[in-house]
Design a protein around this ligand. Structure first.
Ligand code: ZN
Ligand code: ZN
Length: 402
């Protein structure tokens, strides 16, 4: 007797029973893409039918990004100089009054290669992949990739460095690194950011941003973390409308190097050092609200459905729900064994993604994916995965299949 199938069927029946208004042609589909920590594979798993799986061979361990329409999965293999593109198999088409969803098998599209691909920024329908040792970013249109056209437009960064490029439609924003000579094997330090035309000519002045790291969009703003504060571009003000949101004097020493932007309200969440986070409002005062964590942060994520919530996993293995409007940690639940952030930055540690009301967290040392109810932070189920599941993304949503 196959118990997992029975429970999946039962769950599906319960899900239908719980939403009596659902039309016959309405479908909810969520698919997980999981990259292994050491082996060069990506596994696709249907969240509501986890025995339905596909495995894709790539060149090395990957960091995964969904495209904005969720039709595409971008797999960046920094140590193997390759970026693979997969069709997620899910196509969501929003007509305004309703959305259509189409579900097909995931599939490989192809790959591009270049020297040390790293940060990926999705904006303006373009995917901008920075090649840290190439000194350029490859810009590809999402629609073109889905048609199988992997033609790269190369945007030249000022010098090769670990940075980012964002397509703004008619111009680009790029990190800027020092052009002074550096020791053999060293990357030049990042000193600022600016706007550029497609040929790399700067538009307006450079915004100083020492040690720039972490970038995110929300509302009309692009933010980037710096040593002296958070640099902000208000895109309504033009290509060079940069300002610096300086860290307030009453914050302890620290800075932001990772930023998340809400897709629903104009609000950002950043780390502030290792053991606190800052809620950042680029317009209203106070710009920074700091929330201390009981332990150092392993990963954090914003809830696109309930926009006031963020979920933070700390190294003691507990998951916290942060209400960003009240700056209160409302609930904390122990989910995994401790995962110390001492050691190498890329040691296997949990990563998180969201599928509506479900948070999915990789638990690499337990070789499992934990599915957590975001309302209660209780575990709904564990999905076993071979190997060391590491980076995870969820693509999906609901729509009509007519
Ligand atoms: Zn329709
Ligand atoms: Zn980085």
């Amino acid at each position: 007797m196959n118990f997992p199938q029975i429970s999946a069927a039962l769950l599906a029946a319960l899900a239908v029973a719980a939403s009596p208004a659902r039309a016959e042609d309405e479908a909810v589909a969520w698919r997980l893409f999981v990259a292994d920590h050491t082996s060069p594979t990506i596994t696709a798993i249907d969240l509501d039918q986890p025995e339905q799986r596909w495995t894709f061979d790539i060149a090395g361990p990957a960091k995964l990004y969904p495209s904005p329409t969720e039709a595409l999965v971008i797999a960046v293999q920094s140590d193997h100089e390759r970026v693979d593109f997969l069709r997620s198999g899910l196509t969501l088409d929003n007509h305004g009054d309703h959305a259509d969803i189409d579900v097909a098998d995931p599939a490989t599209i192809g790959n591009i290669s270049g020297p040390r691909p790293f940060h990926v920024v999705n904006h303006s329908g373009d995917i901008a992949i920075a090649f840290d040792k190439g000194g350029y970013a490859s810009i590809l249109g999402e629609a073109a990739i889905l048609e199988g056209k992997l033609e790269e437009q190369q945007f030249p960064m000022n010098v090769a460095h670990h940075g980012f490029v964002a397509s703004m439609g008619d111009y680009f924003v790029s990190s800027i690194a020092s052009e002074d000579p550096v020791a053999e094997g060293k990357a030049p330090p990042r000193v600022g950011l600016g706007s550029f035309s497609a040929d790399g000519a700067r538009i307006g002045d450079m915004q100083v941003c020492t040690d720039l790291h972490g970038e995110a969009f929300s509302g009309s703003f692009l933010l980037a973390g710096c040593k002296e504060g958070i640099a902000a571009l208000d895109t309504r003000g033009g290509a060079d409308a940069f300002t610096m949101l300086a860290y307030p004097a009453d914050l302890p020493d620290g800075h932001t190097g990772t930023l998340l932007g809400s897709p629903v309200m104009q609000m950002f969440l950043g780390n502030y050092g290792a053991d606190s986070v800052v809620i950042v409002d680029p317009v209203a005062q106070p710009h920074f609200t700091r929330v201390e964590l009981p332990f150092r942060r392993v990963d954090f994520i914003l809830d696109p459905l309930k926009a006031q919530f963020a979920y933070i996993l700390t190294e003691d293995g507990s998951l916290h729900r942060l209400n960003m409007l009240s700056a209160e940690i409302e609930q904390t639940v122990q989910i995994t064994q401790p995962y110390s952030i001492d050691g190498h930055w890329r040691d296997p540690r949990p990563r998180m993604t969201l599928a509506d009301n479900r948070l999915i967290l990789t638990d690499p040392l337990a070789e499992t994916l934990r599915v957590i109810d975001t309302a209660t932070l209780s575990e709904i189920e564990a999905i076993d995965v071979e190997g060391i599941p590491y980076n995870v993304i969820a693509v999906g949503g609901s729509g009509l299949t007519h």
